[in-house]
Design a protein around this ligand. Structure first.
Ligand code: SIN
Ligand code: MN
Length: 293
């Protein structure tokens, strides 16, 4: 899938591109059908909502689930990002966010690159977020919200929030959010929320400020979030476990376009469980560890 000059210009200006219905119902069904069994597992890689059994986010499914391993190599998702960066990419993070009916909690306003810089020592913002809807997303089930153009500000001030939700996040304060929204057009487009059928895809810049509200509707809003990082921009520290911030910097090799509907073989290194090394962490940058060894 090649991006047009208009799409490249729009991405630069707004910080995101929306592709409604990019994957078919048949393709997303293969993925969605695999989710309940993954969410039922009592593993560290399933983070549940505060005070509830509903899964908020599942990490690294592409390492132990065949349908998601195929999605992680899908050319419709990977190729536009390779084109934008002019370089191969590797998988930095892979999440299946639940935002389950009646249970899904908020995601505060934040930028992803702030976390990748502060925690993982990712050198620059050459990493892209991709969201793929596994359920229809509407105004009621907690759609993702963006402040268009906010990526132009680079990394903004953020506070590490360890208590509001079950997942720690570097969050942007309300005063700055208000200013950014005003600058983006206030009530006229200062916040946007792409909505559409299951199978829709969003590409968004790693510095774009985003959030989502809770899901009080009777409809799940399961979405996959993949973070693709330019290979030369790989992280320099393993402060977070490997199931959250990946350590395999090999370029993604794409499968054919029909890979969600055909059984192409894929490697599943964590099929029989996560290795103990995936939980090991270190506050030291990688080059210092190598020098000390
Ligand atoms: C995220 O920002 O990582 C998740 C947001 C959402 O699932 O709504
Ligand atoms: Mn995010």
């Amino acid at each position: 899938m090649k991006l047009t000059p208009q799409q490249l210009e729009q991405f630069d200006r707004e910080g995101y591109l929306f592709f409604p219905g990019l994957f078919t119902r048949e393709e997303t069904k293969v993925l969605n059908d695999a989710v309940p069994e993954l969410y039922a597992r009592r593993e560290a890689y399933n983070v549940r909502e505060k005070g509830s059994d509903a899964v908020r986010t599942n990490f690294a499914a592409h390492l132990y689930s065949e349908p998601f391993a195929r999605l992680a190599r899908h050319p419709r998702m990977v190729q536009p990002v390779v084109e934008l960066f002019g370089e191969d990419v590797y998988m930095h993070q892979f999440k299946i966010n639940g935002k389950m009916a009646f249970e899904g909690d908020v995601w505060q306003w934040h930028q992803d690159y702030g976390t990748w810089l502060n925690d993982d020592m990712m050198p620059t913002e050459r990493a892209m977020n991709v969201a793929i809807f596994l359920d229809d997303v509407n105004e009621f089930n907690g759609p993702l919200m963006f402040i268009p153009g906010s990526h132009k500000r680079g990394v903004v001030d953020a506070k590490h929030d360890l208590s509001t939700t079950s997942y720690p996040l570097w969050v942007v304060n309300n005063e700055l959010v208000s200013k950014l929204v005003e600058r983006a057009g206030g009530k006229e487009g200062g916040i946007v929320s792409p909505q559409g059928p299951a199978g829709s895809m969003i590409l968004f810049h790693s510095c774009l400020v985003h959030a989502s509200s809770s899901n009080l509707s009777p409809w799940n809003r399961v979405s996959v979030y993949l973070s693709l990082c330019a290979v030369s921009n790989h992280i320099r520290r393993h402060k977070r476990p490997e199931y959250i911030a990946h350590r395999d910097f090999a370029p993604i090799a794409c499968l054919p376009d029909d890979c969600l509907l055909k059984d192409y073989p894929v490697d599943l290194p964590w099929k029989n469980g996560m290795p103990a090394s995936a939980l090991a962490t270190s506050p030291e940058p990688l080059d210092q560890i190598k020098e000390a060894a």
